[in-house]
Design a protein around this ligand. Sequence first.
Ligand code: ADP
Length: 377
Amino acid sequence: MAIQHTQNPILCLIDDNPEDRANIRRYLLQDTNYHYHILEAETGEMGIELCRRMRPDCILLDYNLPDMNGLEVLTPLADVDGNMPYPVIVLTDQGNETIAQQTMQRGAQDYLVKSEMTAGNLLRAIHNAIERTTMRRIMEQQHHNLEQKNQEIQAFAYALAHDLRAPLRAIGGFAQIVEQDYKDQLDDNGRRYIERIVQSSLQMDRLIDELLSYTRIEHRTLRRKPVNLAYVVQQVLEQLAERVAKTSASITVAKDLPTIYSDQTLIQQIILNLVSNALVYHKPDLAPQVEIRCTLQSQECLLAITDKGIGIAPKYQERIFQVFQRLHNEDEYPGTGIGLAIVKKAVDIMGGRVWIESVIGKGSTFYVKLPCAIQAE
Ligand code: ADP
């Protein structure tokens, strides 16, 4: 969409009175800022057709036309959202000011009483209108450019992450072969280096996986349907069964988890990431203890996932929801720093809120509040 800069603005004059039109043309000639390209229509129908075809920078609309009034002209000119895409100045007769106000509620920008019209007040109103259109078009253009850039960046990030995977898997795979088949030919240092290569490539593979999930979620639109939370939690626990067993974790799930009207994939991702973290960030001498609850409050549900893990200091409690914000290094606790950013993004898409209450050394509760119309069972 090219921005039309308006040294020769297109002005559509919709008025059935030839004398009034001649008068206005004379005023317009006195303008030293602009040289107008004037389109004229004698009826509302012709005017609507002309505006749709020529997209004028300003419309001068006589309220009383032979076939319709100003309000009836404005209605079909509005866009699908009911907004007026053109700046319209309504011309009324003396005593019609109330009607003129109504046209402004329908999107007209200004009105002038014909008998009080002078070159000065007409040109001032037109200049305002043109300035407004130019500003709006610049803003639309900037918004459009920004959206396009955003999409390009996201597509680039997605392609990059995707294409990095194949060579990375080759590096990791060959390193594993060397580790297994040539270990006798390597000295201690060689074996340590190879092990580091294998570990680092696995870590990078996890990172790419999560970056892809994060990018995918950014493009996602909401898909709401009845979601049985008890079923979703069961799915998550099946996914994490190996880790639950390995860490001897105890997981308590509330018996009364409700069915809510929401997006199942996003909710499952949220619960998966929060429970996974609870399994990771436990105290070294205490197996993870996790509790999953959900309460309904009017049209909202409050999901709470509590652990008795290492806790998070207050000063980090907001920062952890940003991408790549980790409080530990890979050797202490493995991770990528993307899990909670995915949770936050999913919650934002659903119009909800996520926050944490935590005490260092005692544990944390992650709360997720979501709007959800409750379905009758
Ligand atoms: P990752 O776990 O991959 O590092 P996350 O985005 O899931 O990334 O978490 C960010 C950081 O928040 C973690 O590195 C950790 O320091 C902290 N964190 C997350 N969950 C918990 C938890 N349940 N208990 C304590 N710290 C946590």
